[in-house]
Design a protein around this ligand. Structure first.
Ligand SMILES: [Zn+2]
Length: 345
């Protein structure tokens, strides 16, 4: 078997693990609902359990390290998860230290949006570009910037908090406390929330029917717009306009070769694209208007393969990291008699 990385994508609702090859191919993946309210020790226990599962399925795997992504804020260089709002009891957790001691393997950490940006850049929609901005639009808005062949980190790795750039002076308050954040007006959550203001439960509208008179989500809006529902189409148009405004800012700030849009709302990319494009044409300075805006290709595995690439790749796309495989540190990691990935006493 080829050299692989153990990859983990720690989210507030789901913890995913995989064995990933240098080509970006996922050999096997597993997942578990994250024990998000149980504190860091419980979740690290889950990571260890999943690693064990993966390696039991592929005992011959030559694991050279662990690539991990987690919600920000986190410090990728120091390897510290600072305090994600979606995970209770995580305050300055030295995750790299903990995992490298546990497994006896090199560990790299990146925030989830940056890891997904890396995934799309190295294996997905952004292959072959030098610079890209990846924007994920789902319950929130996040992103990552690859600038001149590298993830742009900024101070403490906190750069590219795309969802919290201010794009209007009014509207609902964002969870961060500010008004007019990109995320507060253009996330999937915001799109679903627009609708109840226009419709009453039981009014028989297509959107209400799709949502079975429950909460209307962005998915329902996209579905209804696809069938030609006029209200839903208007909402999608407004959504595309907000995205176009945000993307115009990103073009001016980072001058990428490409903008890649991922997240749940990318399912409606074909409906959103004309409005996004029209807004960019209208608002961006001429030199930026021809930059392609494309949907992500890797779906929910972008973070996993991006995290794996932190271990398997270094530098420019196509260059394999010359990581020497250390048979001593690996003797248990995948060995059949001694499960080195079991928790240390
Ligand atoms: Zn905000």
């Amino acid at each position: 078997m080829n050299t692989v990385a153990l990859a983990f994508d720690l989210g507030g609702t789901e913890l995913r693990g995989a064995l990933v090859e240098r080509s970006g191919d996922v050999i096997v993946r597993v997942s578990a609902p994250t024990l998000a309210g149980a504190g860091s020790e419980a979740v690290i226990g889950q990571i260890i359990t999943l690693a064990d599962k993966l390696l039991k399925q592929h005992p011959q795997a030559k694991v050279v390290g662990i690539g991990m992504c987690a919600p920000g804020p986190l410090d990728p260089k120091a390897g510290i998860v600072i305090g994600p709002p979606t995970l209770a009891g995580w305050h300055n957790v030295p995750l790299i230290d903990i995992l490298s001691r546990q497994f006896g393997l090199p560990v790299r950490l990146e925030n989830d949006a940056n890891a997904a940006a890396l995934g799309e850049w190295r294996f997905g929609a952004g292959r072959g570009t030098g610079s890209l901005v990846f924007v994920t639009v789902s319950t929130g808005i996040g992103g990552g910037v690859v600038a001149d062949g590298h993830i742009y980190h900024g101070r403490r790795g906190l750069a590219a908090e795309i969802g919290h750039m201010t794009i209007t002076g009014e509207g609902d308050r964002c969870f961060c406390g500010a008004v007019g954040c990109f995320e507060a007006v253009a996330s999937g959550t915001a799109l679903g929330r627009c609708q109840p203001r226009r419709l009453a439960p039981g009014d028989g509208s297509l959107l209400r029917r799709l949502a079975k008179d429950g909460d209307i989500s962005a998915r329902h809006v996209v579905e209804a717009a696809r069938t030609g529902d006029a209200t839903a189409r208007q909402l999608v148009e407004a959504e595309a306009r907000w995205l176009g405004i945000g993307f115009t800012n990103l073009l001016h700030l980072y001058s990428p070769d490409l903008i890649v849009m991922g997240g749940g709302l990318a399912n409606g990319f074909d409906l959103l694209a004309p409005g996004i494009r029209a807004t960019v044409e209208e608002r961006a300075m001429p030199a930026y208007r021809d930059v392609p805006i494309v949907p992500a290709e890797l779906g929910d595995r972008a973070g996993l393969v991006g995290a794996a690439s932190l271990i398997l790749w270094e530098g420019e796309p196509g260059t394999a990291l010359a990581m020497v495989q250390n048979d001593e540190t690996r003797s248990g990691a995948g060995g059949q008699d001694e499960p080195a990935l079991a928790p240390r006493a």
